[in-house]
Design a protein around this ligand. Structure first.
Ligand SMILES: [Zn+2]
Length: 303
């Protein structure tokens, strides 16, 4: 009987230790986060720095407009705590899988993020259902609002690390300010210069840096442009004079020859997705600087 209190104490200690370890282990486990496209994954990676990494869905030259989910990616979605995407008008392939997830994961459509400024796109929207251009990340000021929305969502899902996400977001927003200033300076020489792009993805970039006007070869990147569209684009190229036709790595480049043959246009590549840039926040900054460099190199070549 004399030993009873000691045993009870020992048990209490064990239980306390076990509970403590359990809680500690749960807090240490990183959030399972899925991001739809590279620019979203890059911004999420920046906010999560030191606290985990997002899993990227659309990679290796895939287009969010035409992507098909692999079984392994569908399983990762099912296990996710938080999923970041732009919205169904861009990543249409995610609409059904995310609907099936409802209630299991936090699903964050970044085009609805507080402070994200939307530009109307093509199509027949009305005041109640306008058609927005969903390429919102191609403006660093929008990217700042996206970063804030990402930090809030991650902090809600993982309150223990909310301060980490908030501090990372603040650093990222300052870095985005510096990027914006650099791009303004670098793109100033080609302001107001017209050019041709593969698909209508650049309204945000053009407006922020006063570029364009542009003609798009494919309004809907999920469909090949017809002969009428190609003829119209050729007429625009001739009207623009010596200009640049920018193709994208995500799309079949074969028809570019049919478009530029016999015109004074140069061709170059613009990559609004940066699908091969790899993990980490730097991918977003590389994507934006590479786009600016391609534009300047082609529209205002040195010498
Ligand atoms: Zn697009």
């Amino acid at each position: 009987m004399r030993h009873a209190p000691k045993t009870a104490l020992a048990w209490t200690t064990v239980v306390t230790l076990w509970l403590g370890l359990g809680v500690g282990a749960m807090a240490r486990e990183p959030l399972r986060v899925v991001a739809s496209i590279e620019p979203v994954a890059a911004l999420v990676a920046g906010v999560m720095a030191g606290a985990g990494e997002p899993m990227l869905l659309v990679k290796g030259g895939g287009s969010p407009h035409t992507y098909a989910l692999r079984p392994s990616e569908a399983r990762a979605l099912e296990r996710a705590d938080v999923v970041f995407w732009i919205g169904e008008a861009l990543e249409t392939f995610l609409q059904k899988p995310l609907h099936a997830l409802s209630g299991k994961a936090r699903i964050v459509a970044l085009h609805q993020g507080e402070g994200v400024v939307l530009i109307a796109g093509d199509g027949h929207g009305d005041a109640h259902r306008p058609i927005w251009d969903m390429h919102i990340w191609l403006d660093p000021v929008n990217a700042k609002a996206m970063v804030s929305a990402i930090a809030v969502a991650l902090g809600d899902a993982d309150p223990d690390r909310a301060s980490v996400y908030a501090a990372n977001a603040e650093r990222l927003r300052a870095r985005l300010d510096r990027l914006d200033a650099t791009l303004k300076r670098d793109l100033a020489p080609v302001a107001g210069r017209g050019f041709v792009v593969f698909h209508d993805a650049y309204r945000y970039f053009l407006r922020r840096y006063r570029l364009g006007p542009v003609a798009a070869i494919a309004v809907n990147p999920a469909r090949q442009p017809g002969a009428g569209t190609i003829r119209a684009v050729r007429e625009r190229i001739v009207a623009l004079g010596p200009t640049c036709v920018f193709i994208e790595p995500q799309f079949e480049p074969a028809l570019i020859d049919a478009i530029v043959a016999g015109t004074p246009a140069r061709t170059a590549v613009l990559d609004p997705l940066g699908s091969d840039l790899g993990p980490g926040a730097d991918a977003y900054f590389t994507l934006m600087r590479t786009m600016a460099k391609s534009l300047v190199d082609c529209l205002a070549p040195a010498g």
